[in-house]
Design a protein around this ligand. Structure first.
Ligand code: SAM
Length: 238
């Protein structure tokens, strides 16, 4: 049975999406869910791709900086800002940055959806190396078929060691396409990016400096080897 499902998913990957129909992944679902953390703040989206999430965050944040390793994506996202009518996204900008080696811009809040393998590295770079950063880091993570995100996150080491909050929600929900009647902003975002997410649930792991430091100092964790390895890899890169 699993074999048939896998095969079906494989075929579906190569069929064109009906990107004008529901359900589709909505960047606003993320923005709405984290509104309370980002309102009036400078948010840095790490790995901003074509900019959809950053643009959605820009309606709540005072400033958004999207950083991305692929220059062509930085260019595409910047083009949306430049072409938006009436300075719609004037608080948003995109820049090139490789988070493993370059200096990460200062911000009040970081939002990131990247491989969990980089979670520890990011904690180190944002919390250990930026003593002035007092805000939260919001890590998004997905895993097809996972019904218990906390359980899954625990298998990845960083959460188990450092604690924090986990929230789960559906990003394919059509209801998130309307925000206070402002469908236009989301329409702009939709035009440039999102197709239906294959992940049924989207998960966020939210951690702040206090939680991280407390547990870093007190919890002697079996993932210490992985942690040391990541730190030494990072050091050898810089
Ligand atoms: C899973 S995608 C998330 C895209 C977007 N944030 C979203 O939620 O739709 C991860 C993004 O991180 C970028 N990325 C991967 N490694 C990176 C690195 N070392 N530095 C900066 N960006 C990176 C990828 O190019 C990709 O755009």
């Amino acid at each position: 049975m699993q074999y048939i499902i896998n095969y079906f998913q494989y075929i579906m990957k190569y069929l064109p999406h009906n990107i004008s129909g529901y359900p589709r992944r909505s960047p606003l679902a993320v923005a709405n869910r984290i509104e309370k953390y980002i309102v009036g703040k400078h948010v840095c989206e790490i790995g901003s791709h074509k900019g959809a999430i950053s643009l959605a965050l820009s309606q709540y944040a005072s400033k958004v900086t999207g950083i991305e390793i692929h220059k062509c994506l930085v260019y595409e996202a910047s083009k949306i800002v430049d072409n938006a009518p009436g300075g719609l996204y004037e608080n948003t900008s995109f820049e090139y940055c490789d988070i493993t080696t370059d200096s990460i811009p200062a911000a009040d809040i970081y939002y990131v959806w990247i491989t969990p393998k980089l979670f520890n590295l990011l904690l180190r770079r944002l919390l250990d190396e930026k003593p002035d950063f007092k805000g939260k880091i919001i890590f998004a993570f997905t895993k097809m078929g996972v019904t218990n995100p906390v359980q899954y996150l625990k298998t990845m080491g960083a959460y188990n060691r450092f604690g924090g909050e986990v929230i789960t929600f559906d990003i394919n929900s059509p209801s998130f396409y309307v925000f206070n009647g402002q469908t236009y902003r989301d329409k702009m975002i939709k035009t440039y990016s999102m197709s239906k997410s294959p992940h049924s649930k989207y998960n966020l792991w939210i951690i702040d400096r206090d939680e991280y430091m407390k547990n870093k100092l007190t919890v002697n964790h079996p993932y210490e080897n992985e942690w040391q390895h990541l730190c030494s890899t990072y050091k050898s890169l810089t």
